[in-house]
Design a binder for this molecule. Structure first.
Ligand code: C6P
Length: 401
C-alpha cells in the first residue's frame, strides 16, 4: 500500500483541475498578450480563473492579485520591495517576523539585515503560537513591515492574524501574511483581517506546482521584482502561465467548496489518528489540536530520530516528513521544536503527518500499524531512549517550569 501523508509539502493535482488545464498545452497555446484568435481563446478562461481566485480570498475587485511562480517568489517580492521603498530611502529601518516563518521569509529577512535593516524575530509560546500582543511590544515608528504566517507549515499552528492585522492598522504599519498553509484549511478573508499583502501557492491546495500569487491591497504598490512587459499590469512581467492560472482558479474554487469537509471530516480523522498515536508511550504534540489546521500533526516519539522513523515508514510505502520539506536534507532539529525550547533529543524526533481530502481511513489504519511496529523496533535499539530520564514526558520541563 502507498500512503501519502505529506500534504503540507505538496498535494496531488485534483483530476478536475488537471482536466481544465489540459487544453492549454497542445490546443490553446496562444500567448494571451498577442493580438489574434490564438490569444483570445485564452482570455475568458483566464478571466474566470482570476474571478475564482479573488472570490476564494474575498478580495474586492479594486485590489490586485498578481500571479507569481510560487509562494517563495511572492514572499521575496514583498521583502525586496520593502527594501527599495523604505530601507534604501531611509524612511524606515525595521521589520518584524516570527521565528518560525518559512525559509523563504527568514532568508529574505536575513538578507535585508545584510543591507542594514533591523529584524525582530518574534518568539512563539510553548503552544507553538505567536501572541499578538508581542507584535505591539516591538512595533516602533521605524517599522516598515510585519510579516506573520497565517498557519505554520510544521505544526499547523494557526496564528492570530486578524488581531495582528488590527494592531498593524492602528500603528499604520504594513502587514503581510504567508497564507500558504491556510487556503482550503481554514476560512480566510483579506478584508476583515486587515491584510495588505497575502501569499499563496497552488500546489498546496491540489493545484499545479510552479504557480502562486501575491494579493496586494489597493494603494499598497510594490516595486516589481521582474521588470519587463506589461503583463499583470506591469507588476510582474513575463508571459502568463495560462494553464497554471486556469488550474489555480479551479483548485481555489474546489478548496473553498471542500472547506467544510476539511474542517469536519478531515479534522475528525486526524483527531482519531492522533489519539491513537498519543497512546504510544512518551509521545508529544506541541500545539493543541483546536489551535491547528485540521490536517496537520507534528508528533515527537521520544528516543527515535525523525529520519529513522521516516525510513521505516518509507519502506512500508508511507510518505511523511520531519518538518518542512525544503529543510529536510540538512538533518537539523525541527525548527519549531527548537523554538519552543524542547531538549535536543526531543527536537530531533518530530514527525509531521499532513492529511488531505484524499486521505482515507484505511490509509490511516495501515499507517498506525506501521508506526507501532517502527516504534518498537527503533526504541529497542535507541540508546537515548534507554537512558531517558523517568517521567520526562515532554522534554520541556527544564525550560518552561
Ligand atoms: N512548504 C513544506 O514542506 P513554494 O515552494 O514556493 O510553493 O512554497 C513555499 C512555502 C512558503 N510558505 C509556507 C508556509 C510553506 O509551507 C511553503 C512550502 C513546504 O512545509 C515545502 S518547504
Amino acid at each position: 500500500m502507498k500512503v501519502y501523508l505529506d500534504n503540507n509539502a505538496t498535494t496531488l493535482v485534483d483530476p478536475h483541475v488537471f482536466e481544465q488545464m489540459e487544453p492549454f498545452f497542445v490546443q490553446k497555446y496562444g500567448n494571451p498578450n498577442s493580438l489574434h484568435l490564438f490569444a483570445s481563446e485564452t482570455h475568458q478562461p483566464l478571466k474566470t480563473a482570476m474571478e475564482k481566485i479573488y472570490a476564494g480570498i474575498h478580495a474586492p475587485r479594486e485590489d490586485s492579485v498578481v500571479i507569481t511562480s510560487c509562494a517563495t517568489e511572492s514572499n521575496n517580492w514583498v521583502f525586496k520591495s520593502i527594501y527599495f521603498e523604505y530601507i534604501l530611502t531611509g524612511r524606515k529601518n525595521h521589520i518584524i517576523i516570527s521565528e518560525v516563518e518559512h525559509p523563504s521569509i527568514i532568508s529574505g529577512a536575513k538578507f535585508l539585515e545584510t543591507l542594514g535593516c533591523r529584524v525582530t524575530y518574534l518568539p512563539i509560546n510553548k503552544e507553538g503560537i505567536i501572541e499578538a500582543s508581542t507584535v505591539r511590544d516591538y512595533i516602533t515608528n521605524k517599522t516598515a513591515l510585519v510579516s506573520i504566517m497565517m498557519a505554520n507549515n510544521e505544526t499547523g499552528a494557526i496564528f492570530p492574524v486578524q488581531e495582528i492585522g488590527e494592531i498593524c492598522k492602528e500603528f499604520n504599519v504594513l502587514f503581510h501574511t504567508d497564507a500558504v498553509q491556510a487556503i482550503g484549511k481554514i476560512p480566510l478573508d483579506v478584508q476583515s483581517f486587515n491584510i495588505d499583502y497575502l501569499t499563496f501557492s497552488a500546489h498546496k491546495f491540489h493545484g499545479p506546482k510552479g504557480i502562486g500569487a501575491l494579493y496586494i491591497k489597493k494603494g499598497r504598490e510594490l516595486t516589481p521584482l521582474f521588470h519587463g512587459g506589461s503583463q499583470m499590469g506591469g507588476h510582474r512581467s513575463g508571459t502568463l502561465n495560462v494553464a497554471g492560472i486556469v488550474g489555480m482558479g479551479k483548485a481555489m474554487e474546489q478548496a473553498i467548496d471542500s472547506l467544510d469537509y476539511e474542517m469536519c471530516e478531515i479534522r475528525e480523522m486526524r483527531d482519531a489518528f492522533e489519539d491513537k498515536l498519543l497512546k504510544i508511550k512518551d509521545t508529544f504534540v506541541v500545539t493543541p489540536r483546536e489551535k491547528r489546521t485540521p490536517n496537520t500533526i507534528l508528533i515527537s516519539f521520544r528516543g527515535i530520530e525523525g529520519e529513522s522513523m521516516l525510513w521505516d515508514l518509507n519502506r512500508s510505502g508511507i510518505g511523511a516528513s520531519t518538518g518542512s520539506a525544503c529543510a529536510s536534507e540538512d538533518l537539523e532539529a525541527n525548527s519549531v521544536m527548537e523554538a519552543i525550547g524542547a531538549d535536543d533529543d526531543l527536537a530531533h524526533t518530530a514527525i509531521r503527518f499532513s492529511l488531505s481530502r484524499y486521505t482515507t481511513q484505511e490509509e490511516l489504519d495501515y499507517t498506525l500499524g506501521v508506526v507501532l511496529e517502527a516504534v518498537d523496533r527503533l526504541r529497542a535499539i535507541s540508546s537515548s531512549y534507554a537512558y531517558a530520564p523517568e517521567g520526562h514526558e515532554s522534554g520541556l520541563d527544564s525550560h518552561h517550569h
